[in-house]
Design a protein around this ligand. Structure first.
Ligand code: NDP
Length: 290
């Protein structure tokens, strides 16, 4: 069903949005448009740069326009909380919303699909997470979303390491006791030596974004076995951290899969349809080449 058909015969094309500031440089709309096209779904997606002082009225306006859902990016992932009617467990635990689902009664449900997107990539790579130990660098939005999902997936152990240790401790205390996952915090002083085998290592800081050479202060021990190194940074796709991990003999997982999956999970929530992730990945690769 195409847009013209929807316009002429109804129902009108469903509307979706991405709000943030700044949003120039964010390719979500293009990825979503390609996904809708691949589903033959007549959704229309717009990107809106919102002045923070207008957030409330913007959300009210979107509601009045009868939009069906949307994405939220920086700096609004926490700021939208007062204007939502309900939160998913992922949004509540990660204290961030990147996806709004508008229910049939018009109420706004805040969700977080970042962590779910990461988990989907990881499960595809390693299978069952039940007995996995995870070392996670970072305690910001992306790290909190991933940590929450890892705890909900009941990984064996989750160790949090962040430059600002207090932030890691706050995250750990929020996530402790929710499931059987043992959550702990380790300090990060100087170079952090990764010296444990059978480990998933997640680089969830912003280091490396747009800077091909930047890498967090870590080293990998020699002779590690079965270590999967993952990065949330998606541009460049092969970050300096992933290169370092590869040189140390680790398997790697890039951040682009997470970005695709978080969008695909959002589309599934809005439309009950599963978009083609390969097409979405291609759209992002095309966007980042500009
Ligand atoms: P936040 O600003 O919320 O958090 C930034 C994190 O990076 C903090 O933990 C911060 O530590 C840490 N950090 C920053 N600079 C350094 C440094 N020099 N050394 C060590 N740690 C540092 O950002 P987000 O969590 O929202 O985003 C993080 C990254 O994740 C970004 O690159 C973003 O693009 C990416 N992302 C990827 C997604 C995907 O789908 N692949 C989805 C969402 C985000 P401290 O607390 O000490 O300041």
């Amino acid at each position: 069903m195409d847009t013209l058909h929807a316009l002429m015969k109804g129902p009108l094309p469903p509307l979706f949005f991405c709000i943030g500031n700044p949003v120039v440089g964010n390719p979500t709309q293009y990825m979503m448009e390609q996904a809708f096209k691949s589903l033959d779904y007549p959704g229309q997606y717009i990107t809106c740069e919102i002045n923070p002082k207008d957030l409330k009225t913007s959300l009210e306006g979107l509601k009045a326009l009868n939009v069906k859902g949307g994405n939220v990016t920086a700096p609004f992932k926490q700021k939208v909380f007062p204007y939502l009617d309900a939160l998913s467990e992922s949004a509540r635990l990660s204290t961030a919303v990147n996806c709004i689902i508008i229910k049939d009664d018009g109420s706004y449900l805040g969700d977080n699909t970042d962590g779910k997107g990461f988990l989907e990539s990881l499960v595809q790579k390693v299978g069952n997470l039940d007995h996995k130990k995870v070392l996670l660098f970072g305690a910001g939005g992306a790290a909190s979303a991933i940590a929450s999902e890892l705890v909900l997936a009941k990984v064996e152990e989750l160790t949090l390491v962040n430059r600002n240790k207090e932030k890691a401790e706050n995250l750990a205390s929020r996530l402790t006791g929710i499931t059987k996952t043992k959550v702990s915090v380790k300090p990060w002083e100087g170079i952090y030596l990764i010296d444990e085998s059978d480990l998933v290592v997640v680089q969830a800081t912003s280091v490396g974004l747009f800077d091909e050479k930047a890498c967090i202060d870590v080293e990998f021990s020699k002779n590690l076995g079965n270590v999967i190194a993952c990065d949330v940074v998606f541009n460049p796709i092969e970050t300096a951290f992933l290169k370092k991990a590869k040189q140390a003999g680790c398997e790697t997982l890039d951040g682009l899969g997470m970005l695709v999956n978080q969008g695909a999970i959002a589309i599934k929530s809005w439309t009950a349809q599963n978009p083609d992730r390969a097409i979405m990945r291609e759209a992002l690769t095309e966007a980042f080449a500009i």
